[in-house]
Design a protein around this ligand. Structure first.
Ligand code: FES
Length: 611
């Protein structure tokens, strides 16, 4: 098998590849992220790259998923390209990931109260009259020492560390087990990382476990994304040959990148990371452990484990002290995971005397409703529409994504980083649909109307409504305003996807309200959790009927609550105990077979009449 060269722009990365390799696989293996919502099946149209040099005939999928103009410009679906000769490609949006999540202000600031301890001791040096063993010497010296055990790694380090430090050492213990020994006084070097393993993004926060302070935050796209945008496609991929192994390796790759970056940012050694906590949906937790998630996707949707799991960093495959304790926050059910427990930890819903609604809109839409008397949870399977997966020009919140839309006599857009528009992210999508509903361009049933059916429409807006594949489409950014050689368009199908997603969330809320015997008027507060919740316009969310129409003052965005829940578990044994109680206390409502849900869903698909 001969070799050939792939040159990737704009990063100018040169990759030597075997002839016959699949382009998407090569990019994945080289850690160059290209969206692959369908897992390389050629059906999502998301893995577009531009061929700058080299001959690549358009495939059948290209002809279906890419416009004629784009094909002429050299765009191809990476998953359909076989590399047989030298090739130069451009990966559009090989721009920076959304840096908005690496924000240290989203940290908890708790006092650290854990079972991790670092003690500096000066031991008497052995002599012939005192031949007690090295480990027993520590035990004898420390008041609570008689209960101590020691890990094999620490035991192996012990004789060398004791003698090179003249028996002045620091030992690190966790629940009476010594997990590390170091020369001299290192008592201030006790660190932990709290992870939020999202289906789309992984966020890690480095915390000082002595002071409780956050030292650094880092995030990366979940490298599993190239194998599918949502949990179902990941579960499907996991059953393919080596699929589970690949997905585990990918999530670890992302987490270890974060570990490295956090240590570099804070100037610490990874060997001083002794505690790691994780939240994530139940599928992410299964894949992190390499546990087969198949049965999560088959009725009756049974997870392999729900309770908190504890293992070492070495067992988990994480680059930290090998004996660091990895604590996985418990899951609630197959589709309501530890990330939802994290939201409750952070928002204290289980202690609230008022009825509150919390929605975590990520790749799934988990909804919590209730108070200290009864707290319900459901997963609305909203799908990753708000992350752009099934949206024609959908993309994550990265440079060039349309994030705000305003309809006046024309369409005004704002993009992330003020760059030419290359696509639309969740907050922009929500705004676009809400604004078009308000302007009467989209009717209550979700149809983009032709200009002649819209009373008093301006000529500028009329020119933006064009015939599309499934009715009419709306041009958000013209070819001149965009950075992709074609207009950025909201299609009729995109509007349907938004209807499905928002309809599922709203119907879930209605089913839970019915279960509690309450109405929207009883809601003291609506909490929007998750990165998406931080950026959406509350008014737009109410306009399209994503959330109940209550006073906007009562709607609060709290950012990455799941991630803060992970930090709380890291810094406090009491919070870990709370997490266990919450996972048992929250009542899970299964919507897939719920009759009320089907009815509410049909109704919730429509848009409320503009006020
Ligand atoms: S079309 Fe290539 S990954 Fe979906």
């Amino acid at each position: 098998m001969g070799k050939t060269t792939l040159l990737v722009k704009p990063s100018n990365e040169k990759i030597s590849v075997n002839k016959g390799s699949n382009l998407l696989d090569v990019l994945n293996q080289s850690n160059i992220y290209v969206e692959g919502a369908c897992g390389g099946r050629g059906t999502c149209g998301k893995c577009k790259v531009k061929v700058l040099r080299g001959e690549v005939a358009p495939s059948e999928s290209d002809l279906k998923k890419i416009t004629k103009e784009e094909i002429e410009l050299g765009y191809r679906l990476a998953c359909r390209v076989e590399i047989n000769d030298d090739l130069t490609i451009e990966v559009p949006g090989q721009a920076k990931e959304d840096s908005r999540k690496s924000d240290i202000s989203s940290t908890v600031g708790l006092e650290a109260v854990t079972s991790f301890k670092k003690e500096y001791v000066e031991l008497p040096q052995p002599v012939l009259k005192d031949q007690i063993g090295d480990f027993e010497r520590i035990k004898r010296h420390v008041p609570e020492g008689e209960n101590f055990t020691i890990s094999l790694n620490a035991l192996r380090k012990l004789p060398g560390v004791l003698r090179s430090s003249k028996f002045k050492i620091t030992y690190t213990s966790y629940k009476n087990r010594i997990i590390d020994v170091e020369e001299g006084d290192t008592t201030g070097k006790l660190y932990g990382i709290a992870f939020d393993i999202g289906t789309t993004t992984i966020v890690g926060t480095l915390l000082d476990m002595v002071t409780g302070k956050a030292l650094a935050v880092s995030s990366t796209g979940n490298p599993q994304r190239s194998y599918g945008a949502d949990v179902i496609s990941r579960i499907t991929f996991s059953s393919e040959k080596d699929g589970l192994k690949i997905l585990r390796e990918k999530v670890l790759q992302g987490m270890n990148e974060i570990c490295k970056e956090l240590c570099k940012k804070a100037g610490i050694s990874s060997q001083n990371i002794y505690h790691i906590t994780t939240v994530g949906n139940t599928t992410m937790h299964h894949l992190f452990l390499g546990v087969d998630p198949t049965y999560l996707a088959r009725s009756p949707y049974i997870p392999t484990f729900q309770e908190a799991q504890t293992l070492t960093a070495a067992e988990a495959g994480l680059e930290a002290n090998p004996d660091a304790c990895v604590y996985m926050v418990p899951n609630i059910a197959g589709y309501v995971g530890a990330d939802t427990v994290g939201v409750v930890l952070d928002s204290h819903l289980e202690k609230s005397s008022q009825i509150k609604l919390a929605i975590d809109i990520g790749t799934n839409g988990e909804v919590l409703l209730g108070s200290k008397d009864k707290l319900l949870a459901c997963s609305t399977a909203a799908g990753p529409a708000f992350e752009g997966a099934q949206i024609k020009y959908g993309m994550r919140a990265a440079e060039g994504a349309i994030e705000r839309v305003k309809i006046t006599t024309d369409c005004e857009i704002a993009t992330i980083g003020n760059k030419p528009a290359v696509g639309i992210c969740g907050s922009g999508l929500l705004d676009a649909v809400a604004q078009l509903v308000k302007a009467g361009i989209i009717d209550s049933r979700g149809r983009i109307l032709p200009p002649d059916e819209i009373e008093g429409i301006s000529p500028q807006l009329a020119a933006r409504i064009i015939a599309g594949e499934n009715g009419y489409d709306f041009i958000l950014a013209t070819e001149e305003e965009s950075g992709i050689n074609s207009p950025v368009v909201l299609t009729q199908k995109d509007v349907r996807e938004v209807q499905l997603a928002k309809g599922a969330i709203y119907a879930g809320i209605k089913v839970m309200e019915k279960n509690l015997g309450i109405t929207d008027d009883d809601l003291a507060e609506i909490i929007l959790a998750g990165a998406f919740g931080s950026y959406i316009d509350k008014e737009s969310a109410v306009t399209i009927g994503l959330i109940p129409a209550i006073d906007l003052e009562k709607i609060k965005s709290i950012g990455n609550a799941a991630g803060r829940g992970s930090q709380m578990a890291l810094l406090s044994d009491t919070e870990k105990e709370r997490a266990n109680v919450i996972s048992r206390q929250v009542e899970y409502i299964e919507l897939s077979t719920n009759q009320d849900f089907q009815q509410e869903f049909m109704f919730a698909m429509n848009f409320p009449s503009p006020q």
